[in-house]
Ligand binder design. Structure first.
Ligand SMILES: *Cc1c(COP(=O)(O)O)cnc(C)c1O
Length: 561
């Protein structure tokens, strides 16, 4: 058992005595964080040391002593994971351990005698935490309050912005989010993203910056790069692109000239704006030749793709999509690229988390370049990244900087590193498989109610419902009805759609967010049933009201991180 202890000048004597008593006990390591003298000092400085040791899980217990114990508790309780309690009796020490899982004991040197203080300490460190559901639930709420306490300074500084953050938080608490491109970041990710790393200008790359003072951000960016390479087995990683579109831009800039040809999936069939939409830079700068899915199967037809690539002879063949519910055969695409003599580029923005977790084959061994966002199934901060073969590293890096971006967002890069660590460790084990399982159960539930699913099902984290064919309503109206029922999806074109992109024939449904909340198959059956209930008659307001109530209750039971 490891115990950290500190005091202010008023608690030095009691501290020495307690250290002697504690050290006499078996198997206890006591770390004295000071002070040694009775000279006047500031209690927050010492509370901070003990609190940080608890936040970092470097000690099992902390003990803080001042005249009353109260200032110490105030200072320590500002740190995450710290539950500091002022105890004046043995009973209080026992109860706060059992119920609150207190891990820092604050004592008042003027309030308790040294002998009784020793009894309180013994009671505190020997009482186990009550693990019953009701107390565990309450302790979890203490931590989850961090969602609001982390931004509580805004309440006074900028009430209008504070209101928007509260509204977003409330929306996340009470709605079922099935937007396939969204997810919830961990608190650790949000902390890195909101950290002082945002204060630093760092044009260039680790070790080769234009400004001084880049040692801390160099470490953050190097960790992000190394973790990304390890996670995806990549030869080179550039973690600086501000978003997925910028990651794609970097690859185009690194490899081809304006006017040259990119073959990419048609936007209305699941491709992305940055793959050559006429309203996007990609469509304005390059010659875009779209490929489509097979009309009957609504899946990629690799033989047709090969034939087209051999005719078109593009400089880049780009695979990857925003709304394709099936696995992509990257090995086959590599063969096509080799035959057509073009660069193989994969945009895995949507499926990166499935790739990281082993629930979708990886494009990295095959592709020359792999781009991604870090905020979709990957579940990290909003941003982009490019992985590539070593021979393209230099061209890629100079395309990003100085080619198209200035200073990188080192706070976001740090948050990307946090996300990659979550994937490399235990935090996300099994997550990707559960996302796919949930998606298949949700899809089947809707399908069993008579709805036509594009391509007949799903292999990944999303599926498309053809609401036009099934119910004669547009995707726009279907999404609006579900929104009114507290279930958030988006309208989406489906292959060979006859509706405009503003109305569409389909909705896109994804399970990354609900899986992050801890929902599983049983919840998917409930949600699928609600979706069908609402879509059966999009004008039935009483069904929408009922579903909103029930869905809201379900959401509250699975708090977002
Ligand atoms: C989401 C997405 C992107 C880009 O996302 P940004 O909004 O620019 O971060 C790029 N490609 C695909 C396939 C996507 O789905």
């Amino acid at each position: 058992m490891k115990i950290t202890i500190a005091s202010d000048h008023g608690g030095v004597e009691l501290k020495s005595m307690l250290i002697a008593t504690l050290s006499a006990g078996f198997g206890r390591t006591v770390l004295d964080f000071g002070p040694v003298s009775k000279d006047s000092c500031d209690y927050p400085d010492y509370a901070l040391k003990v609190a940080m040791s608890i936040s970092a899980h470097e000690a099992d217990f902390g003990i803080l002593i001042c005249r009353s114990g109260i200032g110490m508790a105030m200072a320590a309780n500002r740190f995450q994971g710290v539950r500091a309690a002022v105890c004046q009796t043995v009973d209080a020490a026992v109860t706060t351990r059992q119920h609150n899982g207190a891990n820092v004991l604050c004592l008042g040197a003027d309030v308790v005698s040294p002998a009784y203080a020793a009894e309180i300490v013994e009671a505190f460190i020997s009482t186990p935490v009550d693990t019953s559901e009701r107390h565990a639930r309450r302790r979890a709420k203490l931590e989850r309050a961090g969602r609001l306490s982390d931004v509580s300074g805004l309440a006074a500084e900028d009430p209008e912005i504070y209101a928007t953050v509260l509204a977003q938080s409330r929306q996340e608490d009470t709605e079922i989010n099935l937007i396939a491109s969204e997810n919830f970041t961990s608190r650790a990710c949000r902390e890195a993203a909101g950290s002082v790393l945002m204060n630093k200008y760092a044009e260039g790359y680790p070790g080769k910056r234009w400004y001084s003072g880049c040692i801390p951000v160099d470490s953050a960016e190097t960790l992000a790069i190394e973790r990304a390479k390890k996670l995806f087995g990549a030869e080179h990683a550039n973690v600086q692109p501000h978003c997925g579109s910028a990651a794609n831009m970097a690859v185009y800039f690194a490899t081809i000239k304006p006017g040259e040809t990119i073959m990419s999936m048609a936007l209305d069939q699941g491709g992305h704006l940055s793959h050559g939409s006429p309203v996007n830079f990609s469509g304005k700068i390059y010659n875009i030749v779209p490929y489509t899915v097979d009309k009957a199967t609504e899946r990629l037809d690799y033989d047709a793709l090969e034939k087209q690539a051999l005719e078109v002879k593009p400089k880049i063949l780009l695979a990857g999509a925003s709304a394709y519910p099936r696995m992509i055969d990257f090995k086959r695409i590599r063969e096509i690229c080799d035959k057509a003599g073009c660069i193989m580029m994969v945009d895995m923005a949507h499926i990166a988390g499935l790739v990281a977790g082993g629930a979708h084959p990886s494009p990295v061994p095959y592709a020359d370049f792999v781009t991604t966002t870090t905020h979709k199934t990957l579940g990290g901060p909003r941003g982009g990244m490019v992985l590539c073969k070593a021979k393209y590293a230099k061209a890629l890096d100079s395309a990003v900087f100085p080619g198209m971006q200035g200073g990188p967002l080192e706070n976001i890069i740090a948050a990307k590193a946090v996300c990659f660590k979550e994937w490399l460790g235990e935090a996300k084990r099994g997550y990707a498989q559960q996302v796919v399982k949930n998606c298949q159960v949700l899809c089947r539930t809707v399908q069993d109610r008579g709805y036509r699913i594009v391509s007949g099902g799903t292999d990944n984290h999303l599926f498309l419902v053809d609401v036009k064919y099934t119910k004669g309503v547009t995707g726009k109206d279907a999404a609006a009805a579900l929104d009114a029922a507290g279930i958030v999806v988006n309208k989406n074109t489906i292959p060979y759609d006859t509706e405009s992109p503003f109305k569409t024939s389909g909705i896109r449904v994804g399970t990354a967010s609900v899986t992050t909340r801890g929902m599983r198959e049983a919840e998917m059956i409930k949600i699928g049933t609600w979706i069908a209930d609402v879509l059966d008659d999009v004008s039935n307001l009483s069904v929408q009201a009922r579903v909103k109530r029930e869905a809201g209750e379900l959401a509250l039971g699975f708090p977002a991180p």
